[in-house]
Design a protein around this ligand. Structure first.
Ligand code: FAD
Ligand code: MLT
Ligand code: ZN
Length: 462
């Protein structure tokens, strides 16, 4: 017997593709967090904007919650459906719609994978510069909903900077055509920016007009070995002063151990406590000399103990693998992920305090540090030992997160730099957003989604 609510949905949108097989419910009901047991009502795979509208109107009539779903590579539980929700997957809406060479914009459907966006931009001799390791499976709609960051923020900024227009189905079922690719638009509130980072709670992104830019300059990749955390920001300052940095990422020996166990190649004979992958624009003698000067200055100061510079594209990719392979190499340990940020200027003091705090708080767990240090964004992953139950592990980590949240508050930071709040960081939203801000967010949610059908319980409780 089918659920009468699904019969009503079939009547409202006869051509809508629906999936209800247990394997599909499981597949589409979870993201990379793997913490919740998937239990959606069904999966809807609309093929056009009208079908998305029909689903949202039906959800309002039937009182069914919708979980908007992209590539489900999210790390904060935003796309989890564990309570009888309808998963609305954008995966069939994955086409490029228009390229405008004068505006230098590419309009795409929200389900397009990030990598396909990159390829689409490249075909027109341009670049869409937001990039990170999940590029092959995450969607542009999910990137917009989380305001994704990644490895090139230091040079190009977050997803937010690259969205010239958004077509959205609000919680009322209305279609909003926001900003329409305009560069200048001072006609009141910028609802497009409100939608970016809203984690599927205000509207379903169905199309996006993306700004493109010049292709990346020729570049080189350097891997640096550092003796301590304390010198990290000094190395960053020295390199940023002398070079146009395209990326500046760090990881520890523990991260390296896991990536090597996952098949990457050992970069140096010796193991060092900290590593930096720095990519910088190069291609002429002046920049190459500047890179050498930065490196030699770091060696003289004792901030750098070893280094290698890529001699080919293949070697550059090999060095990047050491950084980009970390998430996958840790996945089997069900890591408890922290994704925190402070202003770059606050980083040295924050680092010192956090290191002290976590070394005392986690004596029994392996802790892996890595991240986008040039953006003030640290990923601190705590690995679950095989003999500790999931619930006990998470409970232990949550105790420490409370302390970390206090530390972030003191340093003016954020409990989520780029992954979003979702379910994972919901208890801590108030640690780095004021009560007045959260009250306004709730008010905004109510205006966009009066019946609370869009991703309820994510970001904050209804
Ligand atoms: P999903 O996981 O499907 O959804 C994420 C959120 O967006 C959910 O709340 C969902 O409801 C909502 N959503 C999805 N599509 C829509 C839509 N069309 N309209 C409205 N809401 C929608 N993130 C970074 O920021 N930087 C990184 O460097 C980074 N690296 C990663 C590396 C790996 C290996 C992995 C697995 C993840 C990484 N992530 C990173 C996290 C993740 O890839 C990003 O958050 C990404 O933006 C999520 O996209 P998605 O399509 O998978 O979204
Ligand atoms: C990264 O920077 O590698 C990602 O944000 C993924 C992660 O934190 O695991
Ligand atoms: Zn990251």
């Amino acid at each position: 017997m089918t659920d009468p609510r699904l019969d009503a949905l079939r009547q409202a949108a006869p051509a809508l593709r629906l999936k209800t097989d247990p394997a599909d419910l499981e597949h589409y009901g979870r993201d990379w967090t793997r913490r919740w047991t998937p239990a959606p009502l069904a999966i809807a795979l609309p093929g056009n904007v009208e079908e998305v509208q029909a689903v949202v109107r039906w959800a309002n009539q039937q009182g069914v919650a919708i979980v908007p779903s992209g590539g489900r590579t999210g790390l904060s539980g935003g796309a989890v459906a564990a309570n009888g929700e309808l998963v609305l997957s954008l995966e069939r809406m994955n086409q490029a719609l228009a390229f405008d060479p004068v505006d230098r914009t590419l309009t795409v459907q929200a389900g397009m994978p990030l990598e396909a966006v990159h390829n689409g931009a490249r075909e027109h001799g341009l670049q869409y510069p937001v990039d990170f390791a999940a590029r092959g499976s995450c969607s542009i709609g999910g990137n917009i909903a989380t305001n994704a960051g990644g490895i090139r923020v230091i040079r190009y900024g977050n997803t937010r900077e690259w969205i010239a227009g958004l077509k959205v189905v609000a919680g009322t079922g209305d279609v909003l055509d926001l900003n329409r690719g305009l560069i200048k638009n001072s006609s009141g509130y910028d609802l497009r920016q409100l939608l970016i980072g809203s984690e599927g709670t205000l509207g379903i992104v169905v199309e996006a007009t993306l700004r493109l830019t010049d292709p990346p300059p020729p570049s080189n990749v350097m891997l640096l070995a550092l003796p301590s955390f304390e010198v990290l920001m000094q190395v960053f300052a020295a390199f940023r002063q002398r070079l146009q940095l395209e990326a500046f990422e760090f990881f520890t020996d523990v991260a390296l151990k896991h990536v090597l166990a996952h098949g990457a190649q050992k970069p140096f004979d010796e193991i060092h406590p900290f590593y930096v992958v720095a990519e910088f624009a190069s291609g002429d003698e002046a920049t190459e000399a500047a890179a050498m000067a930065a490196f030699e200055h770091g060696m003289e100061q004792g901030w750098i103990v070893d280094g290698v510079i890529s001699q080919s594209g293949a070697q550059a990719a090999q060095l990047w693998r050491l950084r980009e392979g970390i998430t996958e190499s840790l996945a089997r340990y069900k890591p408890y992920k922290n994704d925190v940020s402070v202003r770059i200027s606050a980083m040295p003091a924050f680092l010192a305090e956090t290191q002290q705090l976590l070394s005392e708080a986690y004596p029994h767990f392996e802790v892996v540090w890595f991240g986008h240090i040039g953006d003030g964004n640290l990923h601190i992953n705590v690995l679950k030992p095989d003999d500790v139950a999931d619930a006990d592990f998470i409970a232990a980590c949550e105790q420490v997160t409370k302390l970390l949240a206090d530390c972030l508050r003191r340093h003016g930071g954020s409990i989520s730099a780029e992954h979003g709040i979702g379910l994972v960081k919901k208890p801590y939203l108030g640690s780095t957003r004021s009560d007045a801000e959260v009250a306004l967010m709730r008010g905004v949610k109510h205006v966009f989604d009066p019946n609370g059908v869009l991703n309820p319980g994510k970001l904050f409780d209804p």
